[in-house]
Design a protein around this ligand. Structure first.
Ligand SMILES: C[S@@+](CC[C@H](N)C(=O)[O-])C[C@H]1O[C@@H](n2cnc3c(N)ncnc32)[C@H](O)[C@@H]1O
Length: 459
């Protein structure tokens, strides 16, 4: 029977026993198993059979043959790889060939790698770039790579940008990453968010979680047109981007909405807010990370399917909408998440770890919440998950559309700080009254400001 131990023993004999073993195999699975379990190859390894396998009719075998040739520490012959390349139809094998040539780290291979930069498959181009980047401070290599910052493919552009151009561009933050300004901690401002944000410094918040107004579907905000509404949100999230710390997250809760018909002679209109908002966010430097679906029980939503249930005529189908989106974005950066995480001390990282029982899928089944004063409040469970999964203890969580203050209260309960803006005096007062009723904002007392008071505090 084929085992890893047996393969390892034959390999160490170095006298062609592996080649003999491969020859005995009748099926692709066994050949692949042997090739995948060869591990490091000894100096005296008889590798001729690997070159024979380059003409095997199964791509998986060719792929593993190339991978093992790449392990021959620069001693492998690349000519057979180069002759296979133009005939090869499998993109993984093609990519592995480029990787094998790169891994030899030989100056003589540079012209070959330059040629791969013109390949039409961006994955091949990226692989060739990777092979060339090992030649550090090599003017010739730089001259070939730098122009690719204008390559048509975004992955290629990003790699080159990060390698050669990002360092000059990165802005130095005034505060250490884990810290924020005293004057923003547990603050609620009664103002139009765009007015309030004029006074908020760059790179102040760690996380934004919000549910913007639903265009004109609820009565707390009215916009002259859908375009005007999108442009307003565009401005809000541009400003949010400015005040967000490098590499941190924005989570926007929206869903398509319906504006009812004017009369029976007209049809109602549906507006796909999440999909229309997305291009604005990406254009402004928010990198799309995930779409989470908030799933509500069917009994909790408006019944739309009733008419169809009666007539059953195709085209008239209108499902009950039991979902909303949580679109997850990250402020674009060249830095990896590890960089963000390393900005916290060990204790904070340890204490912020998410406990067992966390949600493992992107479908979050949560009951909606209803409130006597505010018509569209977040369920606490939704806030809890977002705050726990996307922030550390002590972080500043921002909600530009504060409403009844669910984000603030939950942030506080999870040992985070909050900064909210809310335009409507009615909801601002409601948040104040909740503070009195429940004492939820106590401990680090919440500061409730008018716009003028906020301006003065910041000055
Ligand atoms: C969907 S509700 C948010 C509810 C909130 N998530 C909660 O749990 O209570 C949107 C809120 O944004 C507020 N709002 C609308 N336009 C605003 C603006 N320009 N600046 C600040 N708040 C605004 C509305 O008054 C409303 O309370």
């Amino acid at each position: 029977m084929l085992t890893k131990e047996y393969i390892s023993e034959l390999k160490s004999r170095g006298n062609g026993d592996i080649a003999a073993l491969i020859n005995m195999q009748k099926d692709v699975g066994s050949i692949t198993y042997i090739l995948e379990n060869l591990g490091q190859l000894p100096d005296n390894f008889h590798a001729d059979f690997l070159y024979t396998l380059l003409s095997h009719n199964h791509a998986q075998v060719r792929l593993n043959a190339v991978k093992n040739i790449a392990k021959l520490n620069g001693k492998g012959d690349i000519k057979p790889l180069l002759s296979l390349y133009p005939k090869e139809s499998d993109t993984s094998v093609r990519r592995e060939i480029v990787s094998a040539i790169g891994r030899q780290r030989k100056c003589a291979n540079k012209p070959l790698l330059y040629a791969f930069l013109n390949d039409e498959d961006p994955k091949i181009v990226c692989q060739a770039i990777r092979g060339l980047l090992v030649f550090e401070n090599d003017k010739d290599v730089e001259d070939h790579l730098k122009p690719l910052v204008n390559h048509q493919n975004e992955m290629v552009r990003t790699v080159i940008y990060k390698e050669y151009f990002a360092k000059e561009k990165s802005v130095k933050s005034v505060l250490p990453h884990a810290e924020t300004y005293e004057f923003l901690k547990n603050v609620i401002v009664n103002a139009d968010v765009l007015e309030a944000l004029k006074y908020v410094p760059d790179e102040s918040v760690h996380l934004t979680f919000t549910s913007p107004p639903y265009y004109n579907a609820r009565d707390y905000s009215i916009y002259p047109s859908y375009q005007a509404y999108l442009e307003f949100l565009d401005k809000v999230f541009q400003e949010t981007h400015r005040i967000t710390k490098e590499g941190r997250f924005l989570i926007v809760n929206t869903s398509p909405i319906i504006i009812p018909r004017v009369s029976r002679a007209h049809s109602s209109k549906r507006y796909p807010i999440p999909f229309d908002l997305h291009p604005y966010l990406v254009k402004n430097g928010w990198e799309f990370i995930d779409d989470i679906v908030w799933l509500k029980p069917e009994y909790s939503v408006k019944n739309r399917v009733g008419g169809f249930h009666q007539h059953r005529k195709p085209l008239g189908y209108k499902p009950n909408t039991v979902t909303e989106y949580l679109m997850v974005y990250r402020k674009q950066t060249e830095k990896l998440l590890d960089w963000n995480i390393r900005s916290y001390d060990k204790k904070t990282v340890e204490e912020s770890k998410v406990a067992d029982g966390y949600e493992t899928t992107n479908v979050w089944k949560i009951d909606p919440c209803f409130d006597k004063v505010h018509s569209a409040i977040f369920p606490v469970e939704l806030c809890k998950r977002v705050i726990q999964y996307y922030s550390y203890k002590g972080d500043l969580v921002f909600d530009p559309f504060g409403g009844s203050g669910t984000v603030g209260r939950t942030a506080k309960a999870l040992d985070r700080l909050f900064f909210l803006t809310e335009q409507e005096p009615k909801y601002f007062e409601y948040m104040k009254s909740k503070q009195k009723e429940q004492g939820v904002f106590k401990e680090r007392a919440t500061k409730f400001y008018t716009l003028n008071e906020f301006k003065n505090v910041i000055r």
